[in-house]
Design a protein around this ligand. Structure first.
Ligand code: SAH
Length: 251
């Protein structure tokens, strides 16, 4: 089963059915299918259907329960989305990190819920206490509250990104020398770099250590493959050969 199958979005006490439809659409665009409604103020209506824009399968499948506790009873990770900093002592995460934690948990597999509050008043403190962590989209502190479906979209997007990162194909092709270079291969490259810089008189009296430190940092950051190390060493070998020829010519 896919990771998404273990992640539900719970909307608590939603006031406008249109927002539920828009939330369903936001979820479906990001590959999420499990919507749970806790005591919505009004039943789903034509506004919900219209704003779902083709995601009515999520609306049809959405269980309606009476309390948040019921909605998350089987969850091992519950993330409460809040527009404001609360008094409740919960660790507060950025959406990206929250999504990474959610996807990691769902992959175990374990059930995970993102919880969203009422349009007017958000989640109560009691509801937030049912959550393991709070998630805050770092919005304008003076105008911090997103539309419910917009907040759902942000979190659904982050969950998708975290899922795609988990599935990322290895970019290297081991058949063609694209294995990451080993430590000793890199040391070989750095050694040859040091010799070559001497031979082409790069340092001109300056201490060689500073240039070598910078080059090391550059190549460490570059995450070189074996093939790339071979290419660089080939270029250095030619530079060394040319330096030797120039030296011989000068004598
Ligand atoms: N006036 C309410 C805002 C409700 S907006 C309040 O101040 O709490 C409806 C829901 O969207 C919120 O309960 C929350 O779940 C989500 N939401 C809105 N803005 C958010 C933000 N900046 N970060 C995280 N969730 C947010």
């Amino acid at each position: 089963m896919s990771v998404a199958a273990h992640i539900r979005f719970v909307l608590v006490g939603t006031q406008h059915p249109g927002n539920i439809g828009a939330a369903a659409r936001a979820m479906k665009t990001m590959g999420l299918g499990r919507l749970v409604l806790v005591a919505p103020e009004k039943p789903l209506d034509e506004f919900a259907l219209r704003r779902s824009a083709g995601a009515e399968d999520l609306l049809d499948a959405a269980p309606v329960v009476a309390t948040l506790a019921e909605a998350v009873a089987d969850c091992r990770l519950v993330l409460g989305c809040t527009a404001r900093a609360r008094r409740v002592q919960l660790e507060e995460l950025l959406p990206e990190l929250a999504a990474q934690r959610a996807v990691a948990k769902a992959a175990e597999p374990a059930e995970v819920a993102f919880v969203f509050g009422r349009e007017r008043t958000g989640l109560t403190n009691e509801e937030l206490q049912l959550c393991h962590l709070a998630v805050h989209i770092p919005s304008n502190p003076e105008f911090s509250s997103l539309n419910l479906a917009a907040a759902v979209q942000v979190l659904a997007y982050e969950v998708r990104m975290a899922t795609l990162e988990g599935q990322a194909q290895p970019q290297r092709d081991p058949e063609h020398g694209e294995e990451p270079a080993s430590h000793s291969q890199l040391e070989g490259l750095f050694g040859q770099f040091g010799e070559t810089l001497e031979q082409i008189d790069f340092h001109k009296g300056r201490a060689p250590e500073s240039a070598m430190r910078k080059l090391r940092r550059l190549f460490m950051k570059a995450d070189l493959s074996e093939q790339e190390v071979r290419l660089l060493r080939g270029i250095l070998a030619d530079a060394q050969r040319m330096a030797r020829l120039a030296g011989a010519g000068g004598n």
